[in-house]
Design a protein around this ligand. Sequence first.
Ligand code: AHR
Length: 491
Amino acid sequence: KQAKLHVEKDFRVAQVDDRLFSSFLEHLGRAIYTGIYEPEHPLADANGYRTDVLKLIQQLGISHIRYPGGNFLSGYDWKDGIGPKAERPRRLDLAWHTIESNQFGIDEFYDWSQKAGTQIMGAVNMGTGTPKDAGQLVEYCNYPGGTYWSDLRAKNGHKDPLNIKLWCIGNEMDGEWQICHLDADDYGKKAVEAAKIMRWIDDSIELVACGSASTMQKTYPEWDRKVMEYTYDYVDYLSLHRYYENEGNDFDFLASFVDMDRFIHTLEGTADYVKALKRGSKDINFSFDEWNVWYQLKQKAHPWQEAPEILEDHYTLLDALVFAGMSMTLLNHADRVKIACLAQLVNVIAPIFTKKGGGVLKQSIFYPFAYLSKYGRGTVLKPVVTAPAAESRYGETPLLQQSVVYNEQEKTVTVFALNIGAEEMQLTLNLRSFGEVTMQEHICMAGDLSAVNTFAQPDAVVPKQLPVQQGTLRTCDVVLPPQSYHVLRFK
Ligand code: AHR
């Protein structure tokens, strides 16, 4: 099979927002407890934060981390997680059938974020929570001092405001599984009232309204239209969530990026419709604040317990390829997708996996995310693509997924490419608009699609450096083996 990419320096999509390289930590399973926080662990610091986990997180170059949920958010009272730890209540978390000890809350997360070098994307409860609770949380976090909630923050160890500038108004409120799920009208009205209160307290914050939890939702995309109609004047972003899993056909699974691409495309149209209806001048941009591979069909019931081992998916090379395809879709929509959170970060559907009291492991998806974050910064270009196609569950599907990022400061061009076909592909890159370039690197992930990293075999799925073409070049031919992911770098 043959494919061609004609890359033109001036065909610009957009500058990539750093917040595209964000992630998510929920009070769910072992994400927090025995994930990032495990006071009894030999490598825990004085605050109980696992330093081995922190080191791996730092390698991912993450911008923001969304916290504390997720479905957990819709039953969570943030006030349970502040003050002296011995006095914090143990509660039933109805979202995940778990006992929440509340030994970790917003103050601990702030301290941890400082160590991780990440910023916080906060979230307010729109299930059991009220707009008043939402305002009190913003006051606790961001108001300088001299009021009840800001003084309480100082008493709890943070004299200076936490300055959380980005907030989600609820989580997946379109989902019937959500605690106190709402219909679009009720959510739209509640979100507006919460947004007004939150902004009156701190007018420098940015807000994200709940969009559809998936393209599979019966209410998609009507939910999104209605929510944007209510919230157009009050929020900055609409959230999008999407997970994929292998339902038995590898090619359909590899084609997931097509569905993700259409999802964003549809909501661009919906957002533009609302803008026109409102006679508005601002665009509603998107926060794709949950994306990943997730084997939801494999979830099992479990008894009430603290930090259970749930949603602990072990990712194969095939999962990493699907994940890489999704990451390229996000880059290609950099003009509208300003925030994206890999869901999640540790243990729960995550690139990093820990053993309680033991070691830490990079899952297969760790690598495509690390490359996305390292080389996906700059300006996304729109190449002219000629590629073979085949039928998948999403209709005609290109066998090549790609994204091109030009980093003007470093004068580097990165081509991310994914061959989802079962045959080798000859890819010709036309890079003439950059003059003469040299090939810096060719990173590749390919091989046994079922391979998984384990503590016994931590390097079963790792990227390989392939030989680069020597000398200066204007065009470059590369061979993409069947079902393979590539990072091609030029300068
Ligand atoms: O990330 C796991 C769950 O997926 C989140 O709690 C929820 O928002 C989504 O359904």
